[in-house]
Write a protein that binds this ligand. Structure first.
Ligand code: MG
Length: 228
């Protein structure tokens, strides 16, 4: 009985996610769903990305948290459209779902927006199961989290398109075995592309920016060649 209920929830979510995706595609917006544990550095990565590419692209952000609008406030200072979703009023849900994103879009001015970041709620479990209508899922893992996370939370890694290994500036102080981390990642998702960076020192950051710009161009190319 319980399994049936969960199936229905996911099915309903998938329907709304597809509706969201249609709107994103029609408006030619590249949408990335960011997942990570709390404190892995999602918000700082977004801040630096927006700061560096703001003159070339129009950004918007949907921020998910259980409570507070701290992260939304950090991003709003770049003078871009930001909507905060707090799930405390939905019983403290540990993930965003497609319907929450749909509701957020009603208050978000998407005109002219080219890249929309959705910062999911910080944990490696619940966000992995719910599509929001995004083009790509990005998983951020901090070097402080150890090399076993892909093995412990395989769904989040299996469903992602890009792995950002953040805080590489801390490597001299840590015992993490990056080769083992990559082996563990390959076991659950051999296709997962990864980039090592530090949002703080900006080491490796240009590789992530290149990936992002490539994804945006490839989406707009698809759109213009479809002739719509
Ligand atoms: Mg954050």
């Amino acid at each position: 009985m319980k399994i049936q209920v969960l199936t229905d929830v996911l099915k309903a979510n998938q329907t709304i996610a597809l509706e969201n995706k249609k709107i994103f595609d029609k408006n030619q917006i590249l949408v990335l769903n960011f997942m990570s544990s709390p404190g892995a550095g999602k918000t700082l990565i977004l801040e630096k990305t927006i700061e560096k590419l703001k003159k070339d692209f129009n950004f918007a952000v949907i921020e998910g948290d259980v409570a507070t609008s701290n992260d939304a406030e950090r991003l709003a200072k770049y003078d871009i459209p930001v909507v905060q979703i707090t799930t405390e009023s939905f019983g403290g849900a540990c993930h965003l779902d497609a319907n929450m994103v749909k509701k957020a879009m009603e208050t978000l001015d998407l005109s002219g927006v080219q890249i929309l970041f959705i910062e999911n709620i910080g944990n490696l479990i619940c966000p992995a199961g719910f599509d929001l209508g995004e083009d790509k899922k990005v998983i951020v893992l901090s070097t402080t989290e150890g090399e076993d996370k892909p093995s412990k939370y395989p769904v989040a890694f299996r469903n992602s398109d890009l792995l950002l290994i953040n805080k590489i500036d801390l490597l001299p102080h840590l015992d993490i075995d990056l080769d083992l981390l990559m082996q563990n990642t390959k076991k659950v998702n051999p296709e997962l592309f990864s980039i090592k960076l530090s949002a703080k020192t900006e080491q490796g950051f240009e590789n992530w920016l290149d990936w992002l710009v490539r994804e945006y161009r490839s989406k707009s190319k698809k759109k213009s060649s479809s002739g719509k």
